[in-house]
Design a protein around this ligand. Structure first.
Ligand SMILES: NC(=O)C1=CN([C@@H]2O[C@H](COP(=O)(O)OP(=O)(O)OC[C@H]3O[C@@H](n4cnc5c(N)ncnc54)[C@H](OP(=O)(O)O)[C@@H]3O)[C@@H](O)[C@H]2O)C=CC1
Ligand SMILES: O=C(O)CCC(=O)C(=O)O
Length: 530
């Protein structure tokens, strides 16, 4: 498949009339062909009009049709073969093995949502039958199911060119819910986006769905993305990126005549709590494993361990020695874009310049453009508690260790943290009481609490939560990874005394979709699915 630089509007390709841009290979700093035409409000208008036209038909497609559509997208992404992998490697600077793994995750995610759609639990069907004889008032017939919210705008993320981009988790979950998707591709990987977008477009045609189910826009500035979120036909937004970008889009969504939900995953430093007995027994192992988690993918994960809390003492010293030794050995790695690299260097410079922060170790020096040289810093709890600026994420392989005088201070620091995607505790048996005391705070602060592991690497499954209180996300009630993500794009509708002939299948008397349903308060299983 050749790249044209076109946006995909419904079934067609349109070369944008806005400012054109090219992808940059961050490993060489060189621009790549072709040039991609930036979108204008005309293309946003057309994509939204088509999505709206497609909405009523798409949301009422049966579970089997929608599941097959998701599986067809997965197959067509795999059919792109090496061309996709090579382009994604060149545009992101990420190693081939990582991109191949990410492709597997993307395809697995689409297939997981196919399974979720078929199973039907997302419809959450309830029936409370009429009680005409009830006194003092009769009860009407009431039935409830969930329906798709409407067309969804998805902003592709820079740091996952496949799994959080054009066919990533936001797109898969929105399509699974029955929402057409208009994606604003990330300008860091437009070629990868076009290839994947064309695979989705071909899947739409193969499954004979309306063209407007999927469109993809480019934007070389913020105008098209802003117009997309402001368009009345868009009913929700999925975003992964910076706090500034996420908040800007939340403000656009909130200022509309009809405000809409924005599910933005933004900023997290993912605190690691090293409890005393764990440090005592395995400080060296912890230090080495921490450095591996910190430097994975040049630290360009929102789950990167950017903050470490421990009680000051010999255990922490041993941890720092081991982590520093591993970091000093770590090669500098290419970052995703020149902009992300510049932001990283700025953040490191800011910390280095502070008198209350000590530079503990740096990774190997940069050997090419846009490289991340890992950095480990330390401060004390008093300094950390007195300056909220020390909580700010430095996106990349940088982390700050906070030395606490006692365990109670670790709790005090935990209480002052902003919302997080993850919180991790390293414990041994002798730490059990302290872990129990910390636990309620961590549950309040984070979407995922982990013990004796590292936060990088998110499992795509039913139980995962990749979310958390602000600023980790804009809405802590849900997740952007895993099966539960479909809920973001659904809303309940109640049908009161609606004639049988008009009732949707999910709440018809004969249970034609063979669902689990709650009928008059009792959970009833589908035939043959016990
Ligand atoms: N926590 C996390 O998961 C991640 C955090 N980041 C952070 O974000 C920084 C920049 O990376 P990037 O991925 O480009 O994230 P951004 O938030 O800058 O951009 C993400 C997407 O949103 C668009 N966008 C940003 N601001 C606006 C706005 N005001 N109005 C309309 N659209 C907007 C961007 O368009 P355009 O590119 O045209 O500006 C891009 O398509 C990193 O240095 C890092 O700090 C990045 C990735 C993941
Ligand atoms: O660590 C992961 O697998 C997911 C991380 C993520 O969502 C992100 O970095 O944006």
């Amino acid at each position: 498949m050749t790249m044209t630089g076109e946006m995909l509007i419904g079934g067609g390709g349109v070369y944008g009339k806005g400012v054109a841009f090219r992808a940059v290979d961050p490993a060489t700093g060189r621009e790549m062909e072709p040039a991609f035409g930036g979108g204008t409000e005309d293309e946003v208008e057309r994509a939204c009009a088509l999505a709206w036209e497609a909405f009523d038909i798409f949301r009422e497609t049966g579970p089997e049709t929608r599941a097959r559509f998701l599986e067809t997208i997965a197959r067509r992404i795999l059919d792109l073969g090496d061309a996709l992998v090579e382009r994604a490697v060149a545009e992101s600077g990420l190693p081939r093995s990582r991109i191949e793994g990410e492709r597997g995750r993307t395809v697995g995610q689409l297939r997981l949502f196919a399974q979720v759609v078929r199973e039907g639990g997302w419809l959450d069907a309830h029936i409370d039958r009429a009680q005409p004889e009830r006194s003092p008032l009769p009860r009407p017939d009431l039935r409830q199911r969930h329906i798709a919210l409407g067309p969804v705008a998805v902003f592709g993320a820079s740091n996952f060119p496949l799994a959080f981009s054009v066919a990533g988790g936001d797109t898969a979950s929105a399509l699974a819910a029955g929402c057409p998707v208009v994606i604003k591709a990330h300008p860091a990987h437009p070629g990868t986006s076009e290839l994947v977008g064309r695979a989705i477009q071909a899947a739409v045609a193969e499954c004979r769905l309306p063209d407007g189910v999927f469109s993809m826009l480019f934007d070389s500035g913020h105008a098209a993305g802003t117009a997309l979120v402001a368009d009345w036909r868009i009913k929700a937004v999925g975003f992964t990126g910076s706090r500034r970008g996420g908040i800007a889009l939340m403000n656009v969504a909130a200022a509309r005549r009809e405000p809409i939900p924005v599910y933005a995953e933004m900023s997290s430093v993912n605190p690691i709590f090293l409890l005393p007995a764990a440090l005592e027994t395995r400080a060296e192992t912890l230090g080495k494993a921490f450095a591996a988690s910190l430097t994975m993918g040049a630290g360009q994960f929102c789950t990167n361990p950017g903050l470490v809390l421990a009680v000051d003492g010999p255990g922490l010293d041993r941890f720092l020695e081991a982590a520093s030794a591993a970091l000093r050995e770590s090669a500098a790695a290419t970052m995703l874009t020149p902009g992300i690299h510049a932001a990283y260097d700025d953040g490191v410079r800011r910390l280095t310049a502070r008198s209350d922060v000590r530079t503990v170790a740096r990774g190997q020096a940069c050997a090419g453009p846009n490289q991340c040289q890992a950095a480990l810093f330390a401060t004390d709890a008093a300094a950390f508690l007195s300056d909220p600026g020390l909580q700010e994420e430095v996106f990349g392989s940088a982390s700050l260790v906070v030395r606490c005088p006692e365990v109670a201070t670790m709790r005090a620091v935990a209480e002052r943290l902003e919302g997080q995607l993850t919180a991790t505790v390293h414990t041994d048996d002798a730490d059990a009481d302290m872990a129990r005391q910390l636990f309620p705070t961590l549950e309040r602060k984070a979407g995922r609490v982990l013990f004796n592991g590292w936060p990088t690497g998110v499992e795509v499954c039913h139980a995962i939560v990749h979310g958390g209180p602000f600023p980790a996300t804009s809405d802590s009630r849900t997740t952007s990874v895993g099966a539960l993500a479909i809920r973001r794009f659904l809303r309940p509708v109640c049908y009161q005394d609606v004639p049988a002939a008009l009732l949707p299948e999910a709440v018809q008397d004969g249970n034609p979709l063979n669902l689990w349903r709650r009928v008059d308060g009792d959970l009833q299983g589908p035939v043959g699915r016990g």
